[in-house]
Design a protein around this ligand. Structure first.
Ligand code: S3P
Length: 175
């Protein structure tokens, strides 16, 4: 099934929930183009995410995220895989809402931990790579994720393709 997107689909959710894998599967199913805000920032800054955090600070990175959302207006409608902290700024949520639908992917802290435990590319988890910390951070962000979302998809036990299929079904329902 090819779906001609009329607007962007923003994938949000905690680090390691599977936004990138879902984006790939969704692109295969729908034919839509993919964009990844972390990758766009890395390309623009010529630096890895840990280096940006270490050398410029988190606030600098957050500012770049907001700028990227503005730039997306000029691109054809696509699947936008967002960094896990994108919804923490109200202005970012407003920009996403103006440009499309926001899809929240969720998973348990245990699943998240399994996905991120060997990663060294997530500065906010460096030195905090454990389930209690992930649980605390997820709880602190939960209300912002939920408030931003047009669609919520639970991903535990699902393949990326199954998540993408659920997403397309729910997306078709809300038009
Ligand atoms: C972050 C999530 C990361 C990346 C940065 C900060 C966050 O993206 O943007 O390390 O604050 O949750 P992923 O969700 O793709 O890991």
């Amino acid at each position: 099934m090819k779906t001609q997107l009329k607007e962007h689909i923003f994938l949000i959710g905690f680090m390691g929930v599977g936004k990138t894998a879902t984006s790939h599967a969704l692109s295969k199913l729908s034919g839509a183009k993919e964009f990844d805000t972390d990758q766009m920032i890395v390309k623009q800054e010529h630096k890895s995410i840990p280096d940006i955090f270490a050398e410029e600070g988190e606030e600098y990175f957050r500012q770049r995220e907001t700028e990227i959302l503005t730039r997306l207006r000029d691109l054809e409608p696509g699947i936008i895989s967002c960094g896990g902290g994108m919804v923490m700024r109200e202005v970012n949520v407003d920009k996403m809402k103006e440009q499309g639908k926001i899809v929240l992917l969720t998973a348990t802290p245990e699943t998240i931990y399994e996905h991120v435990k060997d990663s060294t590319n997530r500065p906010l988890l460096n030195g905090n790579m454990n389930i209690p910390y992930i649980t605390k951070m997820m709880e602190a962000r939960e209300s912002k994720y939920r408030a931003a979302a047009d669609i919520v998809i639970e991903t535990d036990g699902c393949t990326p393709k199954q998540v993408a299929q659920k997403l397309l079904e729910k997306y078709a329902q809300i038009g």
